[in-house]
Design a protein around this ligand. Sequence first.
Ligand code: PNW
Length: 482
Amino acid sequence: IAPKPAPEAAQFPAGFVWGAATAAYQVEGAATEDGRTPSIWDTFSRTPGKVHNGDTGDIAADHYHRYRDDVALMKRLGLTAYRFSVSWPRVQPTGRGPAVERGLDFYRRLVDELLEAGIAPVATLYHWDLPQDLEDAGGWPQRLTAERFADYAEIMAGALGDRVATWTTLNEPWCSAFLGYGSGVHAPGRTEPAAALRAAHHLNLAHGRAAGILRDRLPATAQISVTLNLHHVRPLTGGQADVDAARRIDAVGNRVFTGPMLSGAYPQDLLADTAHLVDWTELVRDGDLAAISTPVDVLGVNYYTPTLVSAPADGTGDSRDDGHGNSDHSPWPGSEHVAFHLAEGRKRTAMNWAIDPDGLYELLTDVSRDHPELPLMVTENGAAFDDYVSPEGRVADPERIAYLHGHLDAVRRAAADGVDVRGYFLWSLMDNFEWAYGYSKRFGAVYVDYATQRRTPKASAHWYADVIRRNALPTAPVTGLG
Ligand code: PNW
């Protein structure tokens, strides 16, 4: 008698997209090749004291030269999609004017290689590497940057529109605006709360203008999206002051983007909380909200850890370290006095981020409740741990497997409960330049030895490949696969 097959309780929807993600500055290297000019991240990482250990993306994971091997690796993992970003200064060095064909050719080759391997390319136009020339002209706080971005989107639609079906305008505009121009822990490292809010509006406008252009230029079947790092905000207590703190953080963390993009207006409470910093009636011009609310086909959601807040009056918590990196400057304009807390009794990743898969479940169900018609895609989720290669050449990362298992189960539960979540992209395909943390934090499913550029799939990569093959989670976490 054959043994009964294990019940496949933890099945994902048919056609679920299984991906992994990277970003240009974090993996490509080749910082000065084929006409590429500096982005704000080149400038920032070369500025002493800004990035851990003085690390830069000059070489990174050398993906620019090793993309063929990397696509072969993706194929072995069974990925059905790969989310990458285009380096703006590689294709339009000064952020304006004609495109550099050699730069475009890299993305054409990468996409062709992916299609050949049966992997769907998901292209992000902006994952934080603004051409330095545009920052020198004022950067995202300047309205002109949004218009430049629209021109760049048009170039990319022309170059890749025949072979890329899924497009993302911006990755995490919250980080661009508020870590880049508010707390200054990201490039360009400015610490001006008013400029950060102006940047947020111009990023919204850039998204809207680009979405409109993509809609016009791409085939009708193209999927247009934007990726947000939505904060799953919880108040520390049910008290009125803490609940109000959570509302403020939700406003300047989430609704500053979802309001105009998905509902066509900035939330009144955000305008009130920040009225002392910007004149919104001057900032938001006629027609802006119509452009920003250009419909998207999919919303990308990035999630790592929840956000626990209280009012400062409790005298607890920390208003400076909210998990986004230490700075004397807050990345929360208008809500500088809210205190942040680390959930107690939770395991943490190497980033010190609390591990809380229910946060992802709740985030997806919350967004789906507010926007029931909008398909969702988890465009990033994953964890950094202190990985190392054993003398036998293996990387055992049971904590990452447990992290992925928990979060994938949260996605599966959300789908089972009616949330239209179409796919999941692990952050990241491979270890890479983790922004202000340099190479000290490893998020990859594939280990990268930076001295040799040797790739070693971690146990989690084998585990993920198994999940993809089954379109289901194993009943118990699988560990120790070679
Ligand atoms: C995202 N935070 O960034 C980015 O999209 C990736 O490029 C990055 O490598 C990944 O998450 C891991 O950090 C974030 O402070 C940076 O909450 C900071 C935060 C969240 C996301």
